[in-house]
Structures are given as C-alpha cells and as structure tokens.
Ligand binder design. Structure first.
Ligand SMILES: [Zn+2]
Length: 350
C-alpha cells in the first residue's frame, strides 16, 4: 500500500532514497512529510504516494518527545490544533514565532512550565487569551519522555508501528478509539472565537469545572443545577438534559431552522455536529450555533453562580443567535443586513 512509503519517509531518516525524495520535494515547514506533489507533465510515483497524505495523517501523529523538532506555533502536535490560529493574539505578540516546542516548554520535576517571551505586555482580551492558552497547555497530557527524541506514532497499533493490516482494520472499522476519533473539525472552527472553541474542547474532554467535578476532588457542597433548580449539575445535564437548555433550543428552533440532535451525550452531539463549510445563510448558522448555545448557557450558569444575576431562556437564546451571526458577519461569510434580517425572520427573536 502506498501509505507505507509515507511511514518509511517519516522514519527512515538516513536512507538514500529518502534523501533523494527530500531533495526533490523538500517541505521547509515539516521534517515529517514532503510537500504535496502537484501533477506535472509526467505522472510521478511520489505524486501518487502523496495523495494518501490525508488518510495517513488521520491515523498517524507526532509524539513531541523533547520538542526540538516541533514548531510550537505552527505544527499540529496536539489534539489536531495549530496554536497560532487558535490563540492569534498571543501568537502575534511573541518575539519568536518560529520557536520550537522545546524553546517554550521547560520541565521542573513533574511540572511543565511555559514561557512565551512576549514583545509587549498583554491586556484585556489578549491577556485572557494568554490565560486560556496556559489553561489549555496545562490540560494536555504530557508524557514523561521529555528526554526522548520526537517520533512519529502509528495510533492504530499498540506498538505504534505502521502495518498495512492495521490500516486496513481502521478503514473497515466504523468507530475509532482514542486520539484518532477526536473531532477537531467540529471543535476548532476558525470563525468562532478561540475561547469558545477552547470551551468546547473542555466540554469534549469532560474538563469543565462543574459541581460534580469539584465534589470528586473532595469539596463538600450541595449539588443542584442553578438553571432548573431541580437536578444535580454535571456537564451532560447542563448542556443537554436541563429544562433550561431545552427551552433555549425550542426558542431557536421556533422558526424554519430546525436542529435536532438525536444524541443524548455531549461527546456524540459534538461529533455529529456540522463541520463542512456550507453555502447559504441558514447552513452557515447551523455550522456555529451549537458552539454559541452551549457557550452562552455556560456563561449564564456562571453568572448565576458567581454574580447572582439571572437571565431568561429567551435572553440566552437571543444572545447565542446574535453572536453566532456576528461571528459569521465578521468573517465576511454573510453581509450584516442580510444576516440580521434572516435572524429576525427565521428565529422570531429580533
Ligand atoms: Zn438543570
């Protein structure tokens, strides 16, 4: 199978054939793959092989090891995310945008500390973004192999080695375990603010600080959902089962827009949410409304817990719908008047 050659390219650093291919199709931003070969006058063998890139990297990943071969801001080295696009304001403020992972991270005993070396002090939204980035980095499971070199890992195989049979197994299987099935396209969407995508990442990994998670850490407190005041609070209740969030969806769906999530579990809902870029206003709206609704339900919950302020389900639905529309407008996918008219007509919540 052609994928085998991609594996051999990434692993057989000293072989003569790899050096030849690297000279011909050198990729300046990655040592793990060549650049994609465009079809020339003659059909080259390597062009055929690089057609398998996408499939191959779906199952392969880079274990950063000591981090010397990973670009901290530009390589996909964790959870399918490029940090420079998820945290653009911090990335714009760093002295060295080409820093390696090993330049940014340092290991103090068991703890990893991060230093970004900024050109200026961050304020307001940019400072919040820096805190979110730190929060994200501290949640990444770092394996204790900080002294080992970077290496490529074949996720379907327990020994991390590529084999044609394991690839075949993955292709015929519907559900894929662990990292492979992390739905990065559904979570990291460029037009949605990074803090909201980060929030979805926490939701997916069950890392939001809810009352049940505090209790698991030994805090003693009553557990009652502050939105419905009936059931216990946990992520699935807050975002799916709670009467309050159901009411928010009913308001949003009152018009011609109908989003029906068959799944009952946050992970499955995220996995099955729309991720390909659509055509018309309604489709664009569907593309980002899940992020918006959950984010504003979470903000409402925090407002009730920390500030003792309450808003209604209509208020939350409006905020979510307007913000989803503003994200689309600010990225130029939709014209402002067109967006607002559509919102008023279809959602009846002007
Ligand atoms: Zn509730």
């Amino acid at each position: 199978m052609l994928s085998k050659w991609l594996w051999r390219f990434a692993t057989e650093r000293d072989s003569w054939w790899r050096k030849l291919i690297d000279i011909k199709y050198h990729n300046p931003s990655s040592v793990w793959q060549t650049e994609k070969v465009r079809r020339g006058f003659s059909q080259s063998v390597w062009a055929n092989i690089t057609k398998e890139h996408e499939l191959f990297w779906k199952f392969a990943s880079i274990d950063p090891g000591n981090g010397t071969m990973i670009s901290f801001w530009h390589d996909v080295w964790n959870q399918g995310m490029v940090l420079s696009s998820a945290f653009p304001r911090v990335a714009a403020a760093v002295v060295d945008s080409e820093a390696r992972l090993s330049d940014v991270a340092s290991l103090n005993g068991e703890l990893v500390s991060w230093s970004f070396n900024l050109k200026y002090n961050l304020r307001g939204g940019a400072e919040r973004e820096r805190v979110e980035l730190l929060n994200f980095l501290n949640n990444i499971p770092m394996n204790n192999n900080a002294l080992s070199p970077c290496r490529i890992v074949w996720n379907p195989d327990p020994n991390s080695k590529f084999s044609v049979s394991s690839l075949y197994r993955m292709l015929v299987q519907e559900t894929l375990p662990g990292v492979i099935d992390f739905p990065s396209k559904q979570i990291w969407k460029k037009l949605i603010p990074s803090k909201v995508c980060f929030f979805m990442w926490l939701v997916y990994h069950n890392k939001l600080i809810t009352v049940d998670s505090l209790k698991k850490r030994g805090w003693s407190m009553a557990n009652r959902c502050c939105l419905c005041c009936k059931n216990e609070e946990n992520i699935n209740h807050l975002l799916v089962e709670c009467e309050f969030v159901k009411e928010v969806w009913r308001i949003i769906n009152r018009g011609r827009l109908v989003l029906s999530y068959q799944d009952r579990e946050v992970k499955l809902i995220i996995k099955h949410s729309p991720h390909s870029k659509p055509g018309n206003v309604g489709d664009w709206f569907t593309y980002c409304i899940l992020h918006a609704v959950w984010w504003f339900v979470w903000l409402e919950r925090n407002q009730r817990v920390f500030e003792e302020k309450k808003s209604t389900a209509i208020g939350v639905a409006r905020r979510a719908a307007r913000n989803a529309m503003e994200w689309l407008v600010s990225h130029g996918h939709i014209d402002k008047t067109q967006g607002l008219t559509w919102l008023q007509e279809s959602l009846l919540i002007g």
